[in-house]
Design a protein around this ligand. Structure first.
Ligand code: GDP
Length: 296
């Protein structure tokens, strides 16, 4: 996506060779290139504006050492800023609480929550040797509960049944009791999502969060939704004390700006990325590699 940015910036800044300092006026053309590259990568507009501002503040007045061209200096500044936003290290799930560690999944319908519950269950079972139980608090879509049951069977997770006549909080509280009885280490809670942000959905998940006090509250977002991903992230980030993000469908995301946007807006680490539909198509997210790739 940003592959050509280094080249683009070197090109526009070539003629600045020999000048000792970057200034607002002599970098303006190159900054415009950075802006276009970020927008082309589908980074959300407010995020682009914020980043450009930070890049300008850092660049203006910067001395250009003899061994470097101004283009190289600016590329380095852009790279540093992106790395700062993305963070440096992969962040694992925090399970340091008395069992069961409750993980609450939040996000719009279709974002990939149910699929991600199964992927996480498999990950926790295989990589961290945990006994995992899953439960659905989506009382509006019986099909979603069935889907979770099927997936739980596939990945070898315990499934706590629920049905449309129950209240989400009651379902999850009962699941926690069952998880204790069966010595499950982790309970992953799938929740109802709507097709767009709505107050009732937000009120419901806030109440559920307050009732079950999860150690992880993961915002699941479809990386293909581009600018909308940023808007959704803002709403969920304001409604819930998120602890991390799962970015799904990155196998289909050619541009990748969603990662940067969602990280910038929520300030929370992207912990995993979905890379396909199958239960094993989940990767731990490495922000340093992602930031590095942006400009190389
Ligand atoms: P939910 O409504 O948020 O629970 O979303 P689902 O888990 O039902 O997923 C919606 C669709 O997205 C399903 O067809 C999934 O197979 C698909 N999906 C989820 N994650 C990924 C992913 O990482 N890559 C791809 N290609 N498809 C995904």
């Amino acid at each position: 996506m940003f592959e050509s940015l280094t080249q683009r910036l070197s090109g526009t800044m070539e003629r600045l060779r020999g000048r000792g300092r970057l200034s607002e006026s002599n970098i303006s053309e190159a900054v415009r290139e950075v802006r276009i590259a970020l927008l082309e990568a589908d980074v959300a507009l407010p995020v682009v504006q914020g980043l450009i501002q930070r890049i300008k503040v850092r660049a203006v007045g910067q001395e250009v050492m003899r061994s470097l061209t101004p283009g190289q200096v600016l590329v380095r500044i852009v790279r540093d800023e992106l790395a700062l936003v993305m963070g440096s290290q992969a962040t694992d799930l925090n399970l340091n609480v008395p069992a069961p560690a409750v993980i609450l999944m939040a996000g719009l319908q279709g974002a990939g929550k149910t699929t991600t519950v199964a992927k996480l269950a498999k990950h926790l079972k295989e990589r961290r040797k945990k006994k995992v139980m899953v439960v659905s608090a989506d009382v509006y879509r019986p099909a979603a509960i069935e889907q979770l049951q099927t997936l739980a069977g596939q990945v070898g997770a315990l499934f706590f049944p629920s049905d449309a006549s129950q209240k989400p909080e009651a379902i999850v509280k009962a699941a926690i009791i069952e998880a204790r009885k069966t010595f499950a280490d982790v309970l992953i809670v799938d929740t109802a999502g709507r097709t767009s942000i709505d107050d009732a959905m937000m009120a419901e998940i806030k109440a559920l969060h307050a009732a079950v006090n999860p150690v992880e509250t993961l915002f699941v977002v479809d990386s293909m939704t581009g600018q909308d991903a940023a808007v959704t992230a803002k709403h969920f980030g304001e409604a819930l004390p998120l602890t991390g993000v799962v970015l799904t469908k990155t196998d289909g995301d050619a541009r990748g700006g969603a990662a940067l946007s969602v990280r910038y807006i929520t300030g929370k680490p992207i912990k995993f990325v979905g890379v396909g539909e199958k239960p094993d198509a989940l990767d731990v997210f490495h922000p340093d590699r992602a930031a590095g790739r942006i400009l190389d």
